[in-house]
Design a protein around this ligand. Sequence first.
Ligand SMILES: Cc1cc2nc3c(=O)[nH]c(=O)nc-3n(C[C@H](O)[C@H](O)[C@H](O)COP(=O)(O)OP(=O)(O)OC[C@H]3O[C@@H](n4cnc5c(N)ncnc54)[C@H](O)[C@@H]3O)c2cc1C
Length: 205
Amino acid sequence: MLIAAELDSGASMTIVTPEKAPLELFGKAASEKVAALLRDHNVETVLETAPAEYRDSALVTTDGRRIETDLAVTVPTLTGHLIPGLPYDEQGFIPVDDFGQIDQHSREFAAGDVTSFPVKFGGLATEQADVVAAAIAAAAWAAPAPEPFKPVYHGTLLTADGPVDLGPGAGGSEPYAWDPAEKVQGKYLTPFLKAADPAALGAEE
Ligand SMILES: Cc1cc2nc3c(=O)[nH]c(=O)nc-3n(C[C@H](O)[C@H](O)[C@H](O)COP(=O)(O)OP(=O)(O)OC[C@H]3O[C@@H](n4cnc5c(N)ncnc54)[C@H](O)[C@@H]3O)c2cc1C
């Protein structure tokens, strides 16, 4: 949308995505909000397919469609780092259950981007880490049984008209506070970062 706002008249932009709806993982309210914003910015969406190749001035999708275009831009494919001794999926990420426990391993846990959970987001990494901490405490000290990981998506979309909140309850009228410390939404991390002295954390001037 930021690019679309800069385009010369006559130029157009299309997003090709395997999703059923734009940003569908964020839930219905956020997805509908994004779909409306894309329409407002004249960004067309081609859903439930994926780019296969760029050939003869066209993006060819996996279901055989040809989208005539002067330029195609792709986002990178994410792959994990293989850690010897731990299992990994086809993309190289560690498969975990809803408690962050590594499949088939009784004493190892993982949280964050390294896991097979498909959304790589700092806030979600902190939520996974909270679940893992509770699961380890339950196993080690008979602490209360942990709640399974139920991701809560917090996100802000930057548009030419300003930031748009895609967090829980998106679609409501709550204004979103745009604070760098809130870029990663974590129960403990966000207040820690808000109260932190950047220099004490090793940040450069
Ligand atoms: C450009 C960019 C912008 C982003 N913006 C946001 C945002 O605004 N909000 C948000 O919520 N998320 C954002 N993210 C995503 C967020 O950064 C990640 O989801 C988050 O950092 C994941 O945390 P993690 O602890 O799982 O992994 P990481 O932060 O990657 O931490 C893993 C650490 O392990 C270290 N490591 C790796 N291998 C080894 C090893 N063998 N031995 C020892 N150490 C090792 C790495 O050096 C690294 O320090 C952004 C990501 C990028 C790339």
